[in-house]
Design a protein around this ligand. Structure first.
Ligand SMILES: [Zn+2]
Length: 289
C-alpha cells in the first residue's frame, strides 16, 4: 500500500515537473525576435593616450583605436536604426578630423548613406530611430532621418534641446532637424514593437539619458548593444568609468544593471567602440541573424 502511494506520488510529481518544464520551454521559444540586423561601419577613431579620458589611471600613455558602428534592425515592415555614427561629411577628409576636444582623430571610410544604399534602403525608409546618446560620433547623420519616429529619454532630450547642450558635449547642428520628428519621450525602458524583440534599456551615466538596446536575434539569440555604457572589454571587466562621463555613480549602476540582465537573458554584450570585438561581427551587406 505504502509503495503504491509513494509510486503514485512520484508519478504525479514527475508529470507536474514535466508540465512546468514544458511551459517554461514554450515561454522561452515564444519570445519574438527581429528578422535580421545589419551592422554598419560608421567611422573609426584613434587617441594618443587612452587614459586621458577612457581609462583614467590605467593604460597610461597607450595609443588606442576605436570602432564606431550603426545597427539597422529589420522587424517585419519596420526598419529601426540604432545610432547614426560620425558625420558622412568626414569621409571627404581622408586625413581625418579632430574630435572629443582634441583627444581623438576621427575618420569615416564608408558613408552610412552608401552602406544603406547597398541594401536598397534610403534614409526616408527608416521608420524608427533611437540613439544611445547625443555625442557627435552617434548622431553624426541624425539629420538624414527626419521621417522616423524618435525614441529618446526625457533627460537626454532636455540636455540636447535645452539651453546649454555644449555642457554635455552635444553639438545641435548635427541633430537639430530631429526636433520636428514624431517623438516618443521615455523615462525608463521601452519595448519598441510590443513583442519583446527590441527593448530600449535606460542606462544613464555617460550622458543624462544614455540608453542601450536589447535585440533578440532569431539565431544568435539576445544581444545587448552597449552604446557608450562601456567603451571596450578591459573597461568592462574592471568597471572603469571614463573621466568625462556625466555621472560616475549612475555609470557604475548602469554597468551592473546590464551585467545582471546579461546573466538573466543569457545575452551577449556587443561593445560599440571595442575594435577587436567589432572585427568579429559580420558587417553589412551581410545580415546578422
Ligand atoms: Zn561614442
Amino acid at each position: 500500500m505504502d509503495h503504491a502511494i509513494s509510486f503514485l506520488l512520484r508519478l504525479l510529481l514527475l508529470v507536474g515537473a514535466g508540465a512546468v518544464g514544458g511551459a517554461a520551454c514554450a515561454a522561452e521559444t515564444a519570445k519574438d525576435t527581429v528578422d535580421r540586423m545589419y551592422v554598419l561601419e560608421c567611422g573609426e577613431s584613434k587617441t594618443k593616450d587612452v587614459s586621458a579620458n577612457w581609462s583614467p589611471g590605467a593604460n597610461v600613455g597607450m595609443e588606442w583605436e576605436f570602432s564606431d558602428n550603426c545597427y539597422l534592425i529589420q522587424h517585419g515592415k519596420q526598419l529601426f536604426l540604432w545610432d547614426s555614427g560620425m558625420s558622412d561629411s568626414i569621409a571627404a577628409k581622408p586625413e581625418g578630423v579632430s574630435g572629443a576636444g582634441g583627444l581623438l582623430t576621427m575618420w569615416v571610410r564608408k558613408t552610412l548613406v552608401s552602406q544603406l544604399q547597398a541594401l536598397g534602403i534610403a534614409p526616408a525608409d527608416v521608420t524608427d530611430i533611437a540613439f544611445s546618446h547625443f555625442h557627435g560620433d552617434h548622431v553624426g547623420n541624425a539629420n538624414l532621418f527626419t521621417s522616423a519616429t524618435l525614441y529618446i529619454q526625457q533627460a537626454e532630450y532636455d540636455a540636447a534641446f535645452g539651453s546649454n547642450p555644449s555642457k554635455f558635449g552635444f553639438n545641435p547642428a548635427l541633430y537639430e532637424k530631429l526636433k520636428a520628428n514624431p517623438t516618443i519621450k521615455l523615462s525608463g525602458d521601452r519595448d519598441v514593437f510590443g513583442d519583446g524583440s527590441v527593448i530600449i534599456l535606460s542606462t544613464p551615466g555617460h550622458t543624462p539619458g544614455h540608453q542601450s538596446l536589447l535585440v533578440r536575434l532569431p539565431v544568435r539569440g539576445p544581444v545587448i548593444l552597449s552604446g557608450d555604457m562601456v567603451h571596450f572589454q578591459d573597461n568592462w571587466v574592471h568597471r572603469r568609468v571614463p573621466a568625462r562621463n556625466f555621472d560616475r555613480e549612475q555609470s557604475v549602476k548602469s554597468m551592473e544593471r546590464v551585467a545582471a540582465l546579461m546573466a538573466a537573458e543569457h545575452a551577449e554584450l556587443w561593445i560599440n567602440h571595442d575594435k577587436a570585438q567589432s572585427a568579429t561581427i559580420p558587417k553589412a551587406p551581410q545580415a546578422v541573424r
